[in-house]
Design a protein. Structure first.
Length: 112
């Protein structure tokens, strides 16, 4: 068990025609994780890759909190809805990740 915070870079590639649906769900994601007491109250960071993949950066309070999300009904409902409209990618699936100093477009707060 570790009480060390873990920063995550999540990558969501929207299915064709479902970008708006994904954006709405991502707007709910961190507020839900915060309400469930699972993540730190860091500023939201959203980035967009050249292929339209949305990246979300957040910090679990600990490994234990990350594992707790896997059993949390509210989080599981949201993740299920997100999976229905997007593929969850690994960072190295993105072309940008293969370059030093990977560049992504910042998505301004409130524009998702």
């Amino acid at each position: 068990m570790s009480d060390v915070a873990l920063t995550v870079i999540a990558c969501y590639r929207p299915h064709a025609g479902r970008e708006s649906e994904l954006h709405a769900l991502v707007r709910e994601h961190l507020p839900t994780l915060r309400a469930e007491g699972l993540v730190q109250d860091d500023a939201e960071v959203h980035l967009r890759a050249a292929d339209g993949t949305l990246l979300e950066i957040f910090t679990w309070k600990s490994e234990e909190h990350a594992r707790a999300a896997e059993a949390n009904e509210a989080v599981q409902r949201l993740w299920g809805a997100m999976a229905a409209c997007a593929d969850f990618l690994r960072l190295n699936d993105l072309e940008e990740a293969g370059r030093p100093f990977a560049h992504f477009h910042r998505v301004a707060a409130g524009t998702l």
